[in-house]
Design a protein around this ligand. Structure first.
Ligand SMILES: Nc1ncnc2c1ncn2[C@@H]1O[C@H](COP(=O)(O)OP(=O)(O)OP(=O)(O)O)[C@@H](O)[C@H]1O
Ligand SMILES: [Mg+2]
Length: 362
């Protein structure tokens, strides 16, 4: 069987501004009905990538294909309005002087008046705003306007939807509901979606696949679970959560730490490494009159630490420790309420299978 053709395929896209490579060899494939999140910190080149796909920005090199057909390389270029790409950006501004129906119908170029009206009604029903069909944007709340903008973007049945932080203007309570609704409508329409965000939570919630971007490059790509549990470097761990970092030097393919030895296969002797783990994988034990828990295969050696601060965060507590042995600071999260006094002595262990060993690069 041959592989199905991706709805959107970009290959080796590059763009520089003033000698700085802002998008650096970015390649992606998105299948119909698939949501891919381009996730990365501010300034890493996400919007520039999206603008090149939309056709409002020209790449220096690289190609864009839709359903296997070339739509843009450095000589040939289908104009933006003929790309069958829907756009939804943070500043999605509706046309204030047009009714809700006319806003939604704005991009409908073909069909009779009745057909257009049907499509508009159908979309407004799906975003649950049919009752406002003859209203005007200023009569709607921010969340309702967002849904009209979604209906407007979907009306011409785009093959691809590009969304650039489309939910960031909404308050938290509205956002989750609108994200979920949007997602189910896009799936129903079998649209390929590229969603840009700098929020890991949003990407985890929305994406079938996450492409983690940094300094113009995609550093890692895969299902949310894989990207979260098999990060490629320290920065990738830290992008999703707080990260604890231990420093060590490799000797005989092993890195020695207060929590015992960690395997560092293939890393040459003398290389500095970071052992990185998330706060939920630090385990806390009581002092038991100076005797810590026994070392185990899964948790390694225990180390004594002093509580520096403990805070209640709602569904978990965050406890900050200073290790007795070397003064390094570590953070633990504990479900529910756990608020030990500052100065209390405790024993810590780490889930060894949740630790990542990375050679220090700079
Ligand atoms: N037209 C332009 N001229 C010069 N520099 C630009 C231009 N557009 C973008 N840049 C620069 O390219 C870099 C990437 O910009 P881009 O908007 O793609 O980032 P982003 O990942 O979308 O960030 P954010 O999350 O803040 O929106 C930034 O440093 C930006 O200043
Ligand atoms: Mg941006």
């Amino acid at each position: 069987m041959t592989d199905p053709t991706p709805r959107l395929e970009i290959k080796n896209l590059r763009r520089s501004y003033g000698g700085r490579q802002v998008v650096d060899d970015v390649s992606l494939q998105i299948m119909p009905g698939q949501v891919t999140c381009l996730l990365g910190p501010s300034g890493c080149g996400k919007s520039t990538t999206l603008r090149m796909i939309a056709g409002v920005e020209m790449q220096d090199s690289g190609t864009i294909h839709v359903d296997g057909k070339l739509i843009c390389d450095t000589v040939f270029r289908v104009p933006p309005e003929r790309r069958e790409i829907g756009l939804m950006f943070q500043d999605f501004a509706l046309f204030p002087h047009l009714s809700v129906a006319d806003n939604v119908g704005f991009g409908l170029k073909t069909g009779t008046k009745a057909e257009k009206r049907n499509r508009i009604e159908d979309l407004l029903k799906r975003v649950d705003l049919l009752r406002y069909i003859d209203g005007y944007p200023h009569q709607l709340s921010g969340g309702e306007q967002q849904r009209v903008a979604l209906a407007r973007a979907l009306a011409p049945q785009p093959r691809i939807m590009l969304m650039d932080e489309p939910f960031s203007g909404l308050d938290n309570r509205l956002r989750d509901g609108i994200r979920d609704e949007t997602l189910s409508i896009l799936k129903e329409e079998d649209t390929a979606v590229l969603l840009v965000t700098h929020e890991p939570d949003e990407a985890m919630r929305m994406a079938d696949e996450i492409a983690l971007m940094r300094d113009g490059k995609i550093v890692q790509q895969g299902a949310p679970y894989n990207v979260y549990t098999r990060p490629v470097d320290r920065a990738s761990v830290a992008f999703f959560s707080d990260a604890n970092v231990l420093e060590a030097t490799v000797n005989g393919a092993l890195a020695d730490t207060v929590f015992g030895q960690f395997l560092a296969p293939g890393v040459p002797d003398g290389t500095p490494v970071n052992i990185v783990f998330r706060p939920q994988h630090l385990r806390i034990d009581f002092d038991r009159a100076g005797k810590g828990p026994r070392p185990t295969a899964t948790d390694g050696a225990p180390a004594r630490a002093v509580v520096e601060r403990a805070r209640f965060m709602g569904n978990e507590s965050l406890v900050e420790f200073v290790l007795e042995q070397d003064g390094s600071r570590l953070r633990a999260t504990v479900p529910n309420v756990f608020l030990p006094q500052p100065g209390a002595v405790m024993w810590l262990t780490v889930r060894r299978d949740r630790c990542f060993v990375f050679p220090v690069t700079r």
